[in-house]
Design a protein around this ligand. Structure first.
Ligand code: NCD
Length: 469
């Protein structure tokens, strides 16, 4: 099967079967590194890194060199025409006309999707703000699989900055798809974002049980357990999640503990306080001395700061340098597949993941906008039409197609009015029965009553009362 001309913008762009096939190709390539130099001969990869990077950029570039291709790179926004006000779309079109494949890291969430929408060549997301980092997830899963042979049924703890960590978000979705049980152990104040939690429960087959941090159960470990996600591959465990899961953890132990650094650069963007740093967990030998950590893989996407003690480096449980090292064969396999230089066969039975993504699309160049100030659709509004999936009607919940943050708009109207089907041009509260009545294709959604009025709509009776309140 060919994966030529596909993009990897979010981790769900690859099915489970495709991920497994990529892992096999990666094995093959790492076993015969010196025989790969003809695979991408004549091809050029553009490496655009507009945020700091060591591992991701260098492993991508080394991967392309090992495949016999060449690399052109831009590593500083200030040195590109983006600094002159050029749009990401224009840059993508131009770079796409020079190179055969593009790797992009950018501080705005959704930036990689825009590049993919305009480049006309395969695009790989190497990290877009706090949104996703799918190739790090491939390295993470590959490491776990190599050590534990499977991912299904493993107990995996994700620790630290679960709010801003893009590696955490991509890994969470992938673990859910591969049937792991996920224990969320955020540093206080840095819990998994609501939109990630919602996606976990609406798009994957498992169940998320959240605890309030005060409960006894949540306090039983070295820092609070915030939530557990379990897949129905083990239905008996779903009956009473908190107790059973903790018993399992005590009995079979934690299979992997994945810690991330505090994403300081993202805190500044959201004006959060530095106090968050004080309670940040630290993984050291002492914190892992319980018997449930006996066979725990200690994982970190790196770079580390203070959250992972150097004394762990000599510990056989530590996997973080292995994770980084597999960046080269994993990215070689990925480049070879997306550029069409290699094909793979995919086991049908491995492709069991059902993606629940048939939401009606809402797309208009006026009305509701994404509220995430770090979303590319907000920062490049000159040409990007806001686009959302309507993931729920009651309450009306939209998911931005770029950054995946949610919006809960207050007012709606129908575009049907001009055909005389609605007697006057009115807007309604989003929580009224109109949310169900208006056909998705006719729906107009507004952030505020003022905006609806600016477009010539008058408030319906209830909307007026609501607007005046
Ligand atoms: C991560 C990233 O850039 O998101 N680094 C990486 O690619 N391995 C993690 C981090 O910066 O904390």
């Amino acid at each position: 099967m060919s994966l030529a001309n596909r993009n990897l913008v979010v981790v769900d762009d690859l099915s489970n079967g495709e991920v497994e096939a990529l892992f096999s190709l990666s094995d093959e390539m790492s076993n015969s590194m010196d025989k790969q130099s003809g695979v991408c001969r004549g091809k050029i990869m553009a490496s655009l890194f507009f945020e700091p990077s060591t591992r991701t950029r260098l492993s991508f570039e080394v991967a392309m060199h090992r495949l016999g291709g060449s690399v052109v790179s831009a590593v500083d926004i200030g040195a590109t025409s983006l600094a002159k006000g050029e749009s990401i779309a224009d840059m993508a079109r131009v770079v796409g006309s020079y190179a055969d494949i593009i790797v992009i890291r950018h501080p705005w969430e959704g930036a990689a999707k825009v590049v993919a929408d305009y480049a006309g060549v395969p695009v790989i997301n190497a990290g877009d703000g706090s949104h996703q980092h799918p190739t790090q997830t491939l390295c993470d899963l590959y490491t776990i699989k190599k050590e534990k042979q499977t991912i299904e049924g493993l107990n995996i703890s994700l620790c630290g900055d679960l709010k801003h960590g893009r590696t955490i978000h991509s890994l969470t979705y992938a673990l859910a798809r591969f049937g792991a049980t996920i224990h969320f152990r955020p540093s206080p104040g840095l819990e998994l974002p609501e939109h990630v939690k919602r996606k976990l429960t609406t798009e994957y087959t498992g169940r998320l049980e959240s605890y309030d941090n005060q409960s006894d159960i949540a306090k039983v470990r070295f820092f609070p357990l915030d939530a557990i996600y379990m897949t129905p591959s083990k239905p008996h465990q779903l009956a009473n999640i908190p107790d059973v899961s903790l018993q399992i953890e005590m009995k079979t132990g934690v299979d992997a503990l994945y810690i991330t650094r505090l994403q300081k650069e993202r805190l500044m963007a959201t004006a959060e306080s530095q106090d968050l740093k004080t309670d940040y967990p630290v993984i050291d030998r002492k914190s892992l001395k319980g018997k449930e950590f006996k066979r725990t893989l200690v994982m970190h996407p790196l770079p580390r700061v203070d959250e992972l003690a150097y004394e762990m480096d000599a510990d056989p449980r530590s996997m973080y340098f292995k994770q980084a090292a597999c960046g080269v064969p994993i990215r070689m396999a990925l480049i070879a597949l997306l550029s069409g230089a290699k094909e793979v066969s995919i086991a049908k039975e491995a492709d069991s993941f059902v993606h629940n993504m048939d939401y009606p699309i809402y797309r208009r160049n006026f009305g509701v906008k994404c509220q995430n100030q770090n979303c590319v659709s907000v920062n490049e509004s000159r040409y990007i039409t806001p686009e959302f999936g309507i993931i729920n009607l009651e309450p009306l919940t939209l998911r931005c197609a770029y950054c995946e943050h949610e919006v809960h708009p207050q007012y709606i109207a129908s575009s049907d009015w001009h055909e005389g089907k609605v007697d006057t041009k009115k807007y309604h509260r989003a929580d009224s029965h109109w949310a169900r009545k208006i056909k998705p294709e006719n729906l107009i959604i507004f952030d505020s009553g003022g905006e609806a009025e600016a477009h010539g709509f008058k408030p319906s009776h209830y909307a007026r009362e609501h607007h005046l309140r």
